[in-house]
Design a protein around this ligand. Structure first.
Ligand code: DOR
Ligand code: ZN
Length: 366
């Protein structure tokens, strides 16, 4: 069976694999707000000690005061006893003031500034129209040591959607790296061989996050037997050779590559629509799916560096103290997650809905 939307899955489900790793962090997640936040937060908080929380709410998180209020809303709905820590971000606009950057750094709870090219993806309308307008802001970030987190896709509608990352790198990212040599930059959810090659060749200030779905799926998954809206995200899935380049980067041991799920929940009926939203919900198996990708690549021993060590090192934070234990023991993902208990009359279709995930968490502890 083509379980992953492509042929050739290697995992033998009968293998006996058990691994204990330092508790991972998610360096890119969408937690949303209100009822959806209540519905999805427990999945992330159960697996990850910390997460970089994306600021693309309907009304984006543009100021330190807004980030502080959003952080409080997250903490208020954490499951009892959870020690999960949200690491907040600001949403870069053409007008983000340098004083906001200084205040963000001083806050201690803001760890990055997200650059969405205007129109590139969900709630990016208020994003950056021309990055040159932000040069003073970027200089302030470079000076205080606040990373720039980049949605790396050009928005020029004449550029083929599958080429938008590679063209963004040529037209925008390469220039930024040259102009701001001390600015830390994360190319978020890198999806192409070109992206991987760029990050590898760039100075140590440049890193990238990788999603589990881009490690596990190629673009055929969007068209398997028909149109599959639940495999549609941005940046869009790419060809198999790109997926292979991403896996090679993830398992390379390079500290430049680390875990960022980009779990992005959208209620079922906003995805199953004439113009469906971009985003896959993966938080319900946020670490398990990466374990599967690493196991399939024969490199499970490299998972801890990727999931638990490289990210903290890049962000200047200590690794977590707790550990989690995973076993290779398949379980079936629910066909849908009812959102009614959280107050939304709809459901969420999780990644691998009704299908198997290879790994499960059996313990979290000291
Ligand atoms: O697929 C995506 N969904 N890509 C993004 O860049 C945004 C995200 C979302 O917020 O839904
Ligand atoms: Zn995202």
């Amino acid at each position: 069976m083509h379980l992953l939307g492509r042929p050739g899955i290697q995992i033998k489900w009968s293998d006996s694999v058990r691994l204990t790793l330092i508790q991972p962090d998610d360096w890119h997640v969408h937690l949303r707000d209100g009822a959806m936040l209540r519905a999805v937060l427990p999945d992330t908080a159960r697996r990850f000690a910390r997460a970089i929380v994306m600021p693309n709410l309907k009304s984006p998180v543009r100021t330190v005061a807004e980030a502080c209020a959003y952080r409080e809303r997250i903490l208020a709905v954490l499951p009892d006893g959870s020690a999960f820590r949200p690491l907040m971000t600001l949403y870069l606009t053409d007008n983000t003031a340098t004083t906001e950057i200084e205040d963000a750094k001083a806050s201690g709870f803001i760890h990055g500034v997200k650059y969405y090219p205007a129109g590139a993806t969900t709630h990016s309308d208020l994003g950056v129209t021309d990055i040159e307008r932000c040069y003073d802001t970027l200089a302030a970030m470079e000076a205080v040591g606040l990373p720039l987190l980049v949605h790396g896709e050009i928005t020029d509608p004449s550029v083929d959607i599958f080429d938008r990352e590679a063209v963004f790198i040529d037209r925008v990212l390469a220039r930024l790296v040259a102009r701001f040599p001390r600015l830390k930059i994360v190319l978020e959810h890198v999806t192409t061989g070109e992206g991987v090659a760029f990050v590898k060749a760039a100075p140590a200030t440049i890193a990238a996050t990788l999603t589990a779905h881009h490690l596990l799926l190629n673009r055929n998954a969007m068209f398997r037997g028909g149109l599959r809206p639940h495999a549609y995200c941005l940046p869009v899935l790419k060809r198999e050779r790109h997926r292979e380049a991403l896996v090679a980067a993830a398992i390379s041991g390079s500290p430049k590559f680390f875990l960022g799920t980009d779990s992005a929940p959208h209620a079922r009926h906003t995805k199953e629509a004439a113009c469906g939203c971009a985003g896959l919900y993966t938080a319900h198996a946020g670490i398990e799916l990466y374990a599967e990708a690493f196991q399939e690549a024969g490199a499970i021993e490299r998972l801890e560096g990727f999931a638990s060590l490289h990210g903290p090192a890049f962000y200047g934070l200590a690794p977590n103290r707790k550990r989690i234990t995973l076993v290779l023991e398949p379980w079936v993902v629910p066909a849908e997650i009812d959102l009614a208990p959280s107050g939304i009359a709809d459901s969420l279709i999780p990644f691998r809905a009704g299908e198997r995930v290879g790994f499960r968490i059996i313990a979290t502890g000291p």
